[in-house]
Design a binder for this molecule. Structure first.
Ligand code: GLU
Length: 506
């Protein structure tokens, strides 16, 4: 029988979740949802030395903002496999149980080497020009472990409470072959695989053992992770094999890297392309570093995940704008590329612009209002809504709205010099004073009535220069459609601004 589809996202709380991590979560989520399966959040916190305060909460909040919500796991409610933090799962005794099983079957052993002894080994191997020194089938023979020490000595050391780790006993020169849904069949020789530590001296499992035990115990059907884990996969295959679980292990999918915009190397969290690398603001308590988020930069979550989904995946045609439901319906690992995906800042902004355009003016006003309030501007909702309608065409982000139309809120004190130099002449003052008088007598103030008034005034005033009117009322040479803009500013404001301008200019 086919296993129920169950995918997990298993971050370590060692820092903020950057966009690469979010993509891993997203792909797992899309696949799980497509197949009516479960999506689980497991926190892999066995490395206590790398634990960062606030990271776990950040991961939960980031997933929530993105709309990639697990239906089971830390922060999202317990399912049948609680607890979901590995530090708590340790108390279930499961990691030790599997580790003991590997020792009993002769596939793992106990090693007493101190860090000084390990250092010495590395130096010795480096001096002998060994390219990648490692603890393996050959080098373990010269180290202090249960394979080299007499049995009674091992027992004595254990009884004395000497610190030890448990290591996987990797065979020499054996082909390890495994299947990856994205990469196909991969073969690695075991001589490139080291005797990984499974259980540390503090009794905590390492990632290698813990994630295997948990994937099995939590009945995970697919393990999706970044390409950086591919080199560890052969060790994992051996662990499953030695535990007799190779047929029960999850299918593997290693996602391609996200590359820098120029394609040279992995995208880093300190990338300088000007766009955020984190979904929401992240402050690292340990290093004091702060990173701005997509959310706080004015991106919508839908645009962000749509962009991320297409970093390394495509639906098989040239569709780009896809809702979460469409992504779910179309997602498959077969369409994930093997090679790295270049991050494209311009395209990322474009995505947000497309989503911005899909919003109603009402929705935009709801996002823009608090931003205006933050600048001390309070306007009624109808005003903000019309303001949004007038400036949105040029915007990629709601955060740009204010700058695109600050003149709606602040009367000009300076007037575009270039336009004035070209268009302001000795007749202008008289012409625009008269226009101002006509506007003053206009009873109903609307886009159409202002438009009609301009048309009717021309025979008497001569050509009215629209750009000049714009400069006199806003100070700047370009912006929202003129009559709409004047209508929204309101009669009183327009007349005051014209008066100020005509007094300033001679
Ligand atoms: N804890 C690992 C990480 O932080 C998870 C790798 C995996 O998904 O197996 O990336």
């Amino acid at each position: 029988m086919e296993k129920k589809v169950r995918l997990r996202f298993a971050p370590s709380p060692t820092g903020g979740l950057h966009m690469g991590g979010v993509r891993t979560a997203l792909f797992s989520y899309l696949f799980a949802k497509k197949h009516g399966g479960d999506f689980v959040l497991r926190i892999e916190d066995t490395d206590q030395t790398r634990y960062v305060n606030g990271a776990e909460e950040y991961i939960i909040n980031a997933l929530k903002w993105c709309g990639i919500e697990p239906n089971e796991g830390v922060g999202f409610g317990d399912g049948p496999y609680a607890p979901y933090r590995q530090s708590e799962r340790k108390d279930l005794g499961i990691y030790k149980k599997y580790s003991d099983q590997l020792i009993a079957s002769g596939h793992a052993y106990v090693a007493f080497d101190t860090s000084e002894e390990l250092d010495e080994m590395r130096k010795r191997l480096e001096a002998a020009k060994v390219v990648a020194p490692q603890y393996n089938a050959i080098t373990r023979q010269n180290m202090r472990n249960s394979l080299t020490l007499p049995e009674d000595e091992v027992k004595k050391l254990m009884d004395e409470g000497a610190p030890y780790v448990v290591r996987l006993k990797v065979p020499r020169n054996e082909e390890i072959r495994f299947h990856d849904i994205i990469r196909g069949w991969v073969t690695v020789n075991s001589s490139q695989v080291d005797d990984k530590v499974l259980l540390k001296s503090d009794g905590m499992p390492t990632y290698h053992l813990a994630h295997i035990v948990d994937d099995i115990e939590m009945k995970i059907s697919h393990a999706v992770r970044g390409e950086e884990w591919l080199p560890s996969a052969p060790s994992h295959i051996l662990i499953y094999r030695y535990l007799g679980l190779e047929n029960d292990m999850p299918k593997l999918a290693h996602l391609p890297l996200i590359l820098k915009p120029d394609g040279n190397g992995k995208l880093s969290k300190r990338d300088k392309s000007g766009l955020p690398m984190f979904p929401i603001n992240w402050h690292d308590e340990r290093t004091g570093e702060s990173y701005i988020g997509y959310k706080e930069s004015g991106f919508t979550a839908d645009a962000f995940i749509n962009m991320l989904a297409l970093l390394g995946w495509n639906p098989g045609d040239n569709r780009e704008i896809m809702s979460k439901e469409e992504l779910i319906a179309n997602f498959s690992f077969e369409r994930v590329n093997k090679s790295g995906a270049k991050f494209d800042p311009e395209k990322t902004k474009w995505f947000n612009q497309q989503y911005l355009r899909m919003q109603t003016d009402e929705q935009l006003a709801a996002s823009v209002t608090p931003l205006l309030e933050g600048k001390g501007i309070t306007k009624d909702r109808a005003f903000v809504q019309e303001f949004c309608r007038l400036v949105k065409e040029k915007a990629h982000f709601v955060t740009e709205f204010y700058d695109l139309g600050s003149y709606f809120f602040i009367a000009p004190t300076q007037y575009d010099e270039k336009v004035l130099a070209k268009k302001w002449n000795e007749n202008s003052k008289a012409t625009y004073t008269k226009l101002s008088e006509k506007l003053n007598s206009l009873e109903s103030w609307s886009t159409t009535s202002i438009h009609d008034l301009f048309a009717a005034a021309e025979p008497e005033l001569g050509k009215i220069d629209m750009q000049l009117v714009r400069v006199l009322t806003t100070g700047v040479a370009g912006g929202a459609q003129l009559f709409d803009m004047l209508a929204l500013l309101g009669k009183e404001e327009v007349l005051t601004r014209l008066k100020n301008a005509l007094t300033t200019l001679s």
